[in-house]
Design a protein around this ligand. Sequence first.
Ligand code: FDA
Length: 304
Amino acid sequence: MALLDRAIVRVLPAVPKPVVKRLSSRYIAGDQLSNACRIVKALNDKGKLATVDVLGEEITTEEEAIALVAEYEHVLEAIQREGLDSNVSVKLTGFGLKLGRDFCRGNLARLVRAAATRGNFVRIDMEDSSTTSDTLAIYRELRAEGLDNVGIVLQSYMKRTLTDIVELADLKPNVRVCKGIYVEPPEVAYQDFETVRINFAEAVAALLDNGSYVGIATHDEWVIAESLTLLEERELHPHQYEFQMLLGVRSHLGDELVREGHRLRIYVPYGRQWYEYCLRRLQENPKIAGYVAADTFRRLARRR
Ligand code: FDA
């Protein structure tokens, strides 16, 4: 399967852009903010929350980072103007993490303050392991400045995650737990599927026991079932946690959670850089190409 995934990734750049656009339209709202707002409205109408992600983490200049922050300010403005139930998710490399830590922290603080004035919330996505320590340190600094409308992501494939949870416990952080999407070496990340799953459940349990608000971000039925057991054992109410999923991925699972009364937030990416983003993500992690190909074939077969 891994070989097939890599083969799909190799031929992708040769696939005409309009074809890639059609395939990716299921996972990406479009290139404009208005596209994202339309999708968020439709999700809200179905009882789902959203988090909007502006594609653009591959920046090389301070001007690009500042432009990305400004775009996020437009997103917050649009969410408020249109009465949408959505927050935003950001990547610190997009805000200039690799250009300068203080520069990046300043950009993030500006957005978190802008979100606070609109009663909104900023989630800091977690990127590859070269960014983990800086991301958590910047988060801690913002909390020390009194900014509470900000949350982080912890990845269950990372060997350090349970320790990070202990070290962050005093902040009662709002945490999205996910498996982790970047290809990481065995020194820092578990490679075994079952270990990553078990670590996911352990991370969720540790955070819930700490009184943290947890976003359980997965499409894995086993992890969802384990998490539901953990929530039930602690007699938590739906406003004390949420499930999260990616736009276009296994929506039947999300529908089921919503029917059962759980909160579900959908990750809605949009942006002009959708093509570069798709290619880069698929090249970084060929497993995703396999998922997309399998899903596309399944849907085509169903149509016949
Ligand atoms: P698993 O990988 O086992 O997938 C279960 C099934 O879901 C697959 O068999 C497939 O059918 C389907 N599936 C999963 N991902 C798919 C995809 N992309 N396209 C098509 N089908 C797919 N990672 C990270 O490193 N930092 C982050 O900040 C985030 N943020 C984030 C937010 C949200 C809301 C979600 C849902 C996920 C993330 N992730 C992430 C990605 C996450 O780390 C992980 O790679 C994916 O969620 C896939 O892991 P699952 O738990 O779904 O299991």
